[in-house]
Design a binder for this molecule. Structure first.
Ligand code: ADP
Ligand code: TRP
Length: 321
């Protein structure tokens, strides 16, 4: 089973990215062949400062490695180190009906939020399909917001195979129900672009302030809260605390007697401890950037080798060579 996923270096990674995409990807390392990349071409649709792109790319490399990506088990590379992905994008794009592209909601969502409607933003699902199909991927761990893109990828692979004969593997998404949409500080989907994130790594004081600043209703601590399971701090606590601990907090909130301040304090402590090992590893890696660069360069060699085989198949199938 080959698993592949990518994350765009368009900002600092948050716990939605972690539980939606990184955790399942890291767990998959014990089950088979893993391909993980930093989607720097994708960041070009929104980031136009080269220093920012480089800085984000390096930070994401550190984040992935600190959180458990093991270069002995996974191929880990920068998307742009395998430029042939753009050739596959053209092959796929040439078979993709405009109707399919126009149904993609990410373009509509992003332009509605004020991003300038450039061609890259519109074409992005085709580049994402090429990312997946270039490596004979079978499984793609992502959050629910990416489900449509994996479905479009399946459509494109099927279209290609119908046009040119069985060439590309049709992949499936892996979406974990419990963490398909991690809520942000405002209760909406957590996203880099909504300013509602809890970062995986960052300054303790600032992060504590963010967590303590989660807005709750005005009911007194003593008042029973029958809707305790809907409480945002409880939902987030469930991600970090052992099940019995989280259930105990939920029960105390439900019956009354637990104040929101104490609940948020507990949430912060559990969140902060959850990443403590990763935080130490990240600091060690940050002091050894040459090592990180070697992992990415070595990953690029291995990714290029697989991509070359798939492209050879695809070119022959199309009659290009
Ligand atoms: P963002 O919306 O913050 O820009 P990305 O689009 O870069 O995040 O997402 C990277 C990966 O993280 C994708 O697989 C995406 O589905 C997942 N992801 C992002 N936000 C969440 C969330 N709030 N809950 C679950 N998964 C998420
Ligand atoms: N589009 C994804 C996102 O914004 C990132 C991504 C690019 C990706 N290529 C991919 C994810 C291929 C999975 C597979 O989150």
């Amino acid at each position: 089973m080959r698993t592949l996923t990518g994350i765009t270096p368009s900002g600092t990674l948050h716990i939605g990215n972690y539980f939606g995409a990184m955790r399942p990807a890291i767990d998959a390392q014990s089950r088979g062949d893993c391909f993980y990349f930093i989607a720097d071409y994708h960041s070009m649709t929104t980031v136009t400062d080269p220093r920012e792109r480089r800085k984000n790319t390096q930070a994401i490399a550190l984040d992935w490695l600190a959180c458990g990506l093991d270069p002995a088990k996974s191929v880990f590379w920068r998307q742009s180190d395998v430029p042939v992905v753009c050739e596959l994008m053209w092959m796929l794009g040439s078979l993709t009906p405009m109707g399919l592209m126009e149904r993609a909601h990410s373009y509509k969502d992003k332009t509605a939020k004020g991003l300038s409607p450039n061609f890259g933003l519109f074409a992005y699902p085709v580049l994402m399909a090429a990312d997946i199909l270039l490596y004979d991927t079978q499984r793609v761990p992502v959050g629910r917001d990416q489900k449509q893109h994996v479905e479009m990828t399946r459509d494109m692979a099927i279209k290609f195979n119908e046009a040119y004969g069985e060439t590309l593997i049709v992949p499936e998404s892996e979406i974990r129900d419990a963490v398909a949409v991690v809520p942000g500080l405002d209760g909406q989907k957590m996203s880099k672009s909504y300013g509602n994130t809890i970062e995986i790594f960052g300054d303790e004081k600032a992060l504590r302030k963010k967590v303590m600043g989660i807005v709750m209703d005005s009911r007194s601590p003593a008042e029973p809260k029958p809707d305790a399971d809907k409480n945002l701090a409880i939902q987030l606590l469930k991600l970090f605390a052992p099940t019995d601990v989280a259930i105990d907090f939920e029960q105390r909130l439900r019956t009354g007697g637990l104040g929101y301040g104490d609940l948020k304090k507990a949430l912060f402590e559990h969140y902060w401890n959850y990443f403590s090992g990763a935080r130490t590893r990240r600091a060690e890696l940050a002091a050894n950037l040459d090592y990180v660069e070697r992992i990415l360069s070595d990953g690029a060699v291995r990714a290029n080798a697989v991509a070359a085989q798939v492209m050879d198949r695809a070119r022959k199938a199309c009659g290009l060579r």
